[in-house]
Ligand binder design. Structure first.
Ligand code: MN
Length: 753
């Protein structure tokens, strides 16, 4: 397909105009001959619109630009078989890309459908012809699959590419290589997949011609050289078949199937065999006319039977694509027989309709529609078939998929940047994914997105075909919860890295704050305060504590700090608890000593438990740890010490029943008390950030109660806390529990029995 040098034609403007009109009328007449509805008016309008829009523009070859859209429309109509919507879109396909008109203008004049197709064509044009074309090739291929939504975009693109390939000669050589490579890589396999076999073959041969001009020439010459020998073998082989078919009264054509230059080369390359070996493996195709569709199958098998009467059948190479058509719609009966020269020959048997479909894909179906067909509904069923193939590659579809090794990326979506670049993302990817995939800085400062010009949050889940713009702010910082909004590995890694960086900054800040707070302390004291804080707030590492302080999740005030700085003093019960009386003496002996308290023990009277600092005339039982306020009972032991039990303590019960004579009634001295009694309290609730701090704040600061021990465990959103406090009496514990229960999230607080 050689291109004529347009400028050498030297046409007058009138001649040029006539040439354009002729080209368009050719498209229109072809359309009118088809079975499509005759929507001539809109096609004429689209032509006028495009002609005006491209007015004065010429292609590199020198021809008026409008000839290109007309040629594309012709391919779309006559070679692919599409209808008026596609013809209009083809005529308009470069208007938005190359002129001042916008998609909105197309929509206003030609409606939404045509505008959408033109928009799709405009969107993929940048990606494929732009500088990043090769890097985007893979994306583009996926895009085409994803955009099966309106497959006409792909089909018109295919026609566009075919025309560009046919006129590639007028391009710069550097551009030729690029376009040819791309065509072989993307368009030819895609044409195959769509069942556009004739287009596929032409694209391959054209690409091959530009990529390997030498080999192309050699193979072409060899084909011509071997022509006569091939013709001889072919005539020998087909003569007896013709005889039989004539006798059957069939109307048919029989052809040697011509292998394309590219496929010969491809086989030579992949199988490492010389031209002769590839070319000798030839095939014959029989195409018969058939009035009734119902007879197709039996005629095929009759021909099969006739051929096997003449030639020896290869036992395992019969392919019945009639009973079970290929997933792409291919139907035919193939058999392989031993030829006269001892070579295997493949024979393909097809009806005319089968042949049309095989060569032109599903588009050929239109030709067989009775009456005027509707492009929309036809496309829909075609689309469904293709979508089904893409979604469920069944065994039948495998050879179809094999050749091109395309996977279906159903779990992926394609989005566009405002510049028209493509990005492939996993399904459910968000605006934040896009931001991080573009650049770490964009991700870290992302505040929102604009999807198809509409403002959306960073967590917005994208759809295939969305145009995504990332909005950023200088002051934005990444946060840990963003991890929920990213699903791509790249975004996750980048976000985690920026979180670590951010965390380090916050930790340093926290460490500084803490260092300032414990400034006055001795180094070892400062160290112990830090450890105490970790225990208090349940942090496993210093870094965690620093981070919590730095991010204001934990605030440490003077009061808390002071209480932590305090060394364990005389408040701790088990250490300072004095015996009542110093010696081990009987009560009588005790009475003899100067210990007035002992002497005065009169079991008939109520024994007053004194609780002033340091003055304790009793011993609390370790089994029940009574505190002032509790109902208590005293027991005078062998040494004359009064041991105080809670009234309902188990041990006390036993004593009461066995040593009634040793009991002494007791009551707490009513006086201001020091916080010297140990009480254990359980607090339960719903875990949340900062609850421990509030708990501690309430108890240590607000109520000024000394916490001696604290244990907290969080599990599945709940926490269980046990704390030992030193209090003056039971009333304080009750108040404490009441106050603690007011803290948000606390569900229960009670003294441990
Ligand atoms: Mn174009």
């Amino acid at each position: 397909m050689e291109t004529t040098d347009y400028s050498s034609l030297n046409l007058s403007p009138e001649q040029e105009d006539r040439m354009i009109e002729d080209a368009f009328n050719d498209v229109l007449n072809g359309y009118l001959r088809s079975n499509h509805r005759k929507k001539v008016e809109i096609i004429k309008r689209a032509y006028a619109f495009a002609k005006d829009a491209h007015k004065g523009i010429r292609r590199r070859s020198g021809e008026p630009y409008i000839l290109h859209p007309i040629a594309v429309a012709k391919i779309v109509s006559q070679e692919i078989g599409l209808g008026s919507t596609s013809i209009c879109a083809a005529l308009l396909h470069d208007v938005v890309e190359d002129t001042e008109y916008r998609v909105e203008d197309i929509e206003m004049n030609f409606g939404k459908k045509i505008a959408t197709i033109v928009d799709g064509l405009t969107k993929i044009s940048g990606g494929i012809f732009g500088d990043k074309a090769s890097a985007q090739a893979e994306n583009f291929r996926k895009l085409l699959l994803t955009m099966a939504e309106d497959i006409r975009v792909i089909l018109i693109k295919m026609a566009d590419r075919l025309h560009n390939m046919r006129t590639l000669g007028s391009m710069l050589p550097s551009k030729q290589y690029k376009i040819a490579g791309e065509t072989l890589y993307i368009y030819a396999p895609l044409a195959h997949r769509l069942g556009l076999f004739a287009i596929k073959t032409e694209l391959e041969d054209l690409s091959f011609k530009y990529e390997h001009p030498e080999q192309y020439k050699i193979i072409k010459e060899k084909i011509e050289e071997s022509e006569s020998r091939r013709k001889m073998v072919y005539d020998d082989f087909t003569a007896p078949i013709r005889e039989k078919l004539d006798a059957m009264g069939l109307k048919y054509t029989i052809n040697a199937r011509v292998k394309s230059i590219y496929s010969i080369w491809n086989k030579m390359e992949t199988k490492h065999v010389p031209f002769e070996e590839v070319y000798d493996l030839y095939a014959v195709r029989i195409v018969f006319d058939c009035e009734e569709d119902a007879n197709e199958k039996s005629i095929c098998w009759n021909i099969y039977s006739a051929i096997t009467d003449i030639y020896k059948l290869h036992p395992t190479r019969t392919r019945d694509w009639i009973s079970t058509p290929k997933a792409n719609g291919y139907r035919a009966l193939h058999l392989t027989v031993m030829g006269t020269d001892g070579n295997w020959v493949e024979v393909q048997i097809r009806s005319r309709k089968m042949d049309d479909i095989a060569e032109r894909g599903f588009a050929a179906h239109w030709k067989y529609k009775i009456g005027e067909s509707d492009e929309e509904s036809e496309l829909e069923s075609w689309l469904k078939t293709i979508t089904d193939i893409l979604k469920n590659p069944e065994p039948n579809a495998i050879d179809f998929l094999d050749t091109i090794k395309l996977n279906l990326f159903a779990m992926e979506i394609i989005v566009f940047t405002p510049k028209g670049d493509l990005m492939t993302l996993p399904k459910n990817a968000t605006v934040l994914d896009v931001a991080y995939n573009l650049h770490t800085e964009l991700g870290s400062h992302c505040i929102a997105g604009k999807v198809n010009h509409r403002l959306v949050p960073i967590s917005y889940r994208l759809q295939s075909g969305d145009q995504v713009e990332v909005l950023t702010s200088e002051t934005q910082k990444p946060s840990a919860e963003w991890l929920n909004f990213v699903i791509t590995a790249k975004a996750k890694t980048r976000l985690e890295a920026s979180l670590r960086k951010e965390r380090k900054k916050i930790m340093e800040k926290g460490e500084h704050i803490l260092a300032r707070l414990v400034d006055g302390c001795k180094p070892e004291e400062a160290d112990s305060v830090t450890n105490k804080l970790m225990t208090l707030f349940h942090f496993l590492s210093r870094d965690d504590l620093y981070f919590a302080i730095g991010s204001d999740k934990v605030s440490i005030n003077e009061g808390l700090l002071k209480s932590l700085c305090k060394k364990p003093g005389p408040g701790i019960l088990y250490k300072i608890l004095p015996f009542v009386g110093k010696g081990k003496k009987s009560s009588e002996q005790a009475a003899d000593t100067n210990n007035k308290e002992k002497k005065e023990i009169d079991r008939k009277k109520i024994y007053v438990l004194r609780t002033e600092n340091g003055v304790k005339n009793y011993q609390v039982a370790s089994c029940c740890n009574p505190i002032p306020g509790d109902d208590v009972i005293g027991y005078v032991d062998d040494n004359g010490n009064v041991i105080v039990h809670k009234m309902d303590c188990d041990t006390a019960m036993r004593i009461k029943s066995n040593f009634g004579n040793r009991l002494v009634a007791t009551k707490w001295e009513e006086s201001p008390l020091a916080n010297t009694f140990l009480a254990s309290i359980d607090v339960n609730g719903i875990d949340r950030m900062g609850i421990l701090q509030e708990l501690i704040h309430e108890i240590s600061i607000n109520m000024a109660i000394n916490i001696r021990k604290l244990n907290i465990e969080a599990k599945e959103g709940l926490f269980v806390c046990n704390l030992d406090v030193r209090v003056a009496d039971a009333g304080i514990v009750e108040r404490l529990c009441k106050q603690v229960k007011k803290i948000k999230g606390v569900t229960s607080a009670a003294r441990v029995k």
